[in-house]
Design a protein around this ligand. Structure first.
Ligand code: NAP
Length: 241
């Protein structure tokens, strides 16, 4: 029997991340549940296992260097490799977040988790991913980070918290640059937009279910070797930057 594909999903204890873990588990993959809170992490692992997923716990705070390094060591020592990384963990940040009212500390905290967290986790996991036959990285972004959409006449995306919005613009820029630097490797890295989804992040106002929101990340995690890299996609196809 061939070895199962191994994935790590950050922020997999709830919301879209949990459903990404469940969806990858349904493919027969081994799935690491990256989560910072022990109780929430263990509860998610138990629930995934009860549903048939080969889930394992990965204590992980993406905003903490030591935690991320320890997570990479855990996967190297106890799992032995990594094929797919889904950088899903993110925060919305404290309100208010209009440009004229936002507290700089809020901007800093949101960027620390939503952007630097992705760089921190990705770079820590890269040595493991480079050992995979078909490595994939998915960065959970959002169309609210699209400068093209914000500056297209006639498109009104509504009031969106500016620190959160800009963190996704920043993340998309980072995705593009990873795609360029890693273009001569087997690693495919892309940004994903799940659509407006009912989770804690949106106070459950989104029209989509977390399972629907997870679909694009699962698609990008399972790209064929000749699939795209350095791109930005939702269920309908490419999203303008
Ligand atoms: P969510 O339900 O609030 O889940 C966020 C997850 O990230 C939670 O598991 C949370 O863990 C985790 N997290 C936050 N900070 C972390 C840290 N420092 N270390 C580790 N984990 C951390 O949000 P969601 O809606 O599922 O969002 C998932 C992704 O989709 C995010 O990247 C989000 O920006 C993106 N997205 C969502 C929507 C939407 O409409 N929902 C739209 C566009 C993009 P705790 O339980 O410990 O807080």
């Amino acid at each position: 029997m061939s070895e199962p594909t191994i994935a790590l999903v950050t922020g997999a204890n709830k919301g879209i991340g949990y459903e990404i873990a469940a969806g990858l588990g349904a493919l027969g993959w081994r799935v690491g549940v990256g989560a910072r809170d022990r109780q929430r992490r263990e509860a998610a692992v138990e629930k995934l296992r009860a549903a048939g997923t080969d889930a394992f716990a990965v204590p992980l705070d993406v905003a903490d260097d030591a935690s991320v390094a320890a997570a990479a060591d855990l996967i190297a020592d106890q799992v032995g490799g990594l094929d797919v990384l889904v950088n899903n963990a993110a925060i919305g940040g404290a309100l208010p977040q209009t440009p004229t009212t936002v507290d700089p500390a809020t901007v800093r905290a949101v960027v620390e988790t939503n952007v630097i967290g992705v760089v921190r986790v990705t770079n820590a996991m890269l040595p493991l991913l480079r050992g995979s036959a078909s490595p994939r990285i998915v960065n959970m972004s959002s169309s609210v980070g699209s400068l093209a959409l914000h500056t297209t006449p006639g498109i009104d995306m509504g009031p969106i918290p500016v620190a959160y919005l800009a963190s996704k613009t920043f993340l998309n820029a980072v995705t593009i640059q990873y795609g360029k630097e890693l273009s001569d490797t087997k690693i495919l890295i892309n940004s994903a937009c799940p659509g407006f989804t009912a989770t804690d992040l949106t106070d459950f106002r989104g029209a989509r279910t977390p399972r629907q929101g997870a679909a694009i990340a699962i698609h990008l995690a399972t790209l064929p070797d000749d699939g795209p890299t350095g791109g930005f996609f939702d269920d309908a196809g490419p999203v303008p930057w």
